[in-house]
Design a protein around this ligand. Sequence first.
Ligand code: GDP
Length: 300
Amino acid sequence: LVRLRSRLSRSQNTLGKGLLTLLSRDRLDEDTWEEVEDTLLTADVGVAPTQELVERLRTRVKVLGTRTPAELRTLLHEELVALIGPESDRTVRSTRDGDGPAVVLVVGVNGVGKTTTTGKLARVLVADGRRVVLGAADTFRAAAADQLQTWGERVGAHTVRGPEGGDPASVAFDAVKEGIAEGVDTVLVDTAGRLHTKTGLMDELGKVKRVVEKHGPVDEVLLVLDATTGQNGLVQARVFAEVVDITGIVLTKLDGTAKGGIVIAVQRELGVPVKLVGLGEGADDLAPFEPAAFVDALIG
Ligand code: GDP
């Protein structure tokens, strides 16, 4: 939590602190509530969740009457956590019970942090005692396979790769095959994210999934989104959701934005939980997403 707070507070905090300051005013008039609304919208919380939250805060503040700072903090904390949805299952499925490796596809547009996230996730899983095979199916970005292999070597995971410019689906297929042969727990497949045309992406990603499914079901499709791109991330999310069933979201670069509200917006949009957050470029900077800790860090 301390690390989360220090990472977020670099540029973040505006959301939680701002809200708390507004709610602490002596008189909560229409103008103040409008400011609350603006603060939420500016932080990319999204229109519908913003309205919902403001409505609930108004009601509860009215019931409360006089407010101590501690009461307000508790109230705001509860409501933000409720909005994020504390009850979601946020575990990344990384094993199957005695039935081959769990297959995890990591998808997203180029540059969002897909390869880095795949590497960091491998590290977390290996640290948890899992055996992992990596699939470098991003065959279009020249450096991606090298980058992934470097992560693999660091954590002791075998990386399956193909020729540069080769067929991503065939690399993904081979990686799962290798994972089955080695009897590992998890196969993590880094996919290509060329959003040059929507049809191109659909074809490519759809094919990767279909080909991998020849080995059995895909356990997890993690969509990686760059938190600093704000509403753009939502547009990407919609496109990907049309192609594959997303089972979890990874929000990267939360250390570099004041728009933490995107966590709320993107879950609402897809109906899929944020499972992991990226808080920096370092190997240790991937954390499970915990609503209560996140809101704590937001409020400061
Ligand atoms: P890909 O094209 O989606 O595979 O993107 P990469 O994994 O190559 O990452 C693109 C850039 O984003 C790299 O410079 C990463 O170090 C950086 N990056 C990835 N995740 C994070 C994060 O959580 N925070 C920050 N600040 N940078 C990140």
